[in-house]
Design a protein around this ligand. Structure first.
Ligand code: GUN
Length: 293
C-alpha cells in the first residue's frame, strides 16, 4: 500500500472555488450579486492576514466583499449596532466577525446577534443545532466542512470507521464530530481533548485522525496506525531563524514522521487552510441563493 500520499488542499480548494464562481455567475444572471461583509476588530496581525485573504478570495469568485475595520477600543454595543445594521442590509448575504475579539467584547453575545441566515461562519447556536440534527438548512463551520469535502473527494470511506478528532473547540472539534456522526457519513467518532487520559491509545485505533488542537507535533508516528488517514487542522508558528519572518507554519502533526505511516495526509500549509476559505465562499453563495428564494 502506498504511504504518505498527499491530500492537495490547494488543488481541491481551486475546484470548490470554480464551482462557487459558476454558482455566483448564475446568481448574477438573475440580478443578484452575493455580498460578504467581514468585520475585523483590533489589530491582531494574524487576523489581518486572514481577513485580507478572505476578501481577495471572495472577489475572485465574483462575491462582493466589504471589510469593516474597527479599533481595538470598540465597545460591545458599538459592534452589536453594526451587526444590526448588516442584518438589515439586503445587499449583505454573509456576515463574518473575525475571532478573536478584544477582551471587552463577549464573542457569544456577538455571534448570537448575527442573523442565522447570514451566519456564514456557522457559529450561531441555530446553525450549530441544525448541523447537529443533520439538517442541510444550516451552515456548517468552514473548517470542518472543508475536511468533509476532502474526505469525500479522496474517497475515504467513513462508514463504520473509527475517526478520532483531537480538540473540542466550537469552531472545529465539536462541529467536526457533528458532521462525521451523521447518517450517510456513519463514522464512529471519538473526541479527544486536553483531559483525555491516554491520547495515543485512542489514536492508534483510528482509521482517520483529525488533529485540531493548535499544538505543534502533538501527533507523532508511534500514535498512528499503518494506513490511517491523517488530517491536520493545526496552524502553529514555530520560531525558525532561517525563515524570512523568523517563524514557519507547522500543523499539529509531525508530518515528516507520520507521512511514512499514513496512507493519506494533509500538508501544512497547503492542506486544510485553503479549504476553509473555499467553504466560506460556498456558504456565502448559498446564503445569497437563499435570499433569492
Ligand atoms: N478565527 C480563526 N478562524 C476563524 C473562522 O473560521 N472564523 C472567524 N470568524 N474567525 C476565525
Amino acid at each position: 500500500m502506498t504511504r504518505g500520499a498527499l491530500i492537495d488542499g490547494v488543488a481541491l480548494a481551486k475546484k470548490v472555488r470554480e464551482r462557487v464562481a459558476a454558482d455566483v455567475a448564475g446568481l448574477k444572471a438573475r440580478g443578484l450579486t452575493p455580498g460578504l461583509t467581514v468585520v475585523l476588530v483590533g489589530d491582531d496581525p494574524a487576523s489581518a492576514v486572514y481577513v485580507r485573504s478572505k476578501g481577495k478570495a471572495s472577489e475572485e469568485v465574483g462575491i462582493h466583499s466589504d471589510t469593516i475595520k474597527l479599533p481595538a477600543s470598540t465597545t460591545q454595543d458599538e459592534l452589536l449596532t453594526l451587526i444590526d445594521r448588516l442584518n438589515a442590509d439586503r445587499s449583505v448575504h454573509g456576515i463574518l466577525v473575525q475571532m478573536p475579539l478584544p477582551k471587552q467584547i463577549d464573542p457569544d453575545t456577538v455571534i448570537r446577534r448575527i442573523d442565522p441566515a447570514k451566519d456564514v461562519d456557522g457559529f450561531h447556536p441555530v446553525n450549530v443545532g441544525l448541523v447537529l440534527t443533520g439538517s442541510t438548512e444550516g451552515y456548517a463551520p468552514c473548517t470542518p466542512a472543508g475536511v468533509m469535502e476532502m474526505l469525500r473527494e479522496y474517497g475515504v470511506d467513513t462508514r463504520g470507521a473509527n475517526v478520532v478528532v483531537i480538540g473540542r473547540s466550537n469552531i472545529v472539534g465539536k462541529p467536526m464530530a457533528s458532521l462525521l456522526v451523521q447518517p450517510g457519513v456513519d463514522a464512529t467518532v471519538t473526541v479527544c481533548h486536553s483531559r483525555t487520559r491516554d491520547l495515543a491509545e485512542h489514536t492508534r485505533r483510528a482509521d482517520v485522525i483529525v488533529a485540531a488542537v493548535g499544538r505543534a507535533n502533538i501527533v507523532t508516528a508511534d500514535m498512528v496506525r499503518e494506513g490511517a488517514v491523517v488530517i491536520d487542522v493545526g496552524m502553529n508558528r514555530v520560531p525558525d531563524a532561517a525563515a524570512p519572518r523568523g517563524y514557519r507554519l507547522v500543523g499539529d502533526v509531525d508530518f515528516d514522521g507520520v507521512k511514512d505511516v499514513a496512507s493519506l495526509i494533509t500538508p501544512v500549509p497547503g492542506g486544510v487552510g485553503p479549504m476553509t476559505i473555499a467553504m466560506l465562499l460556498q456558504n456565502t453563495a448559498r446564503a445569497a441563493a437563499r435570499a433569492l428564494g
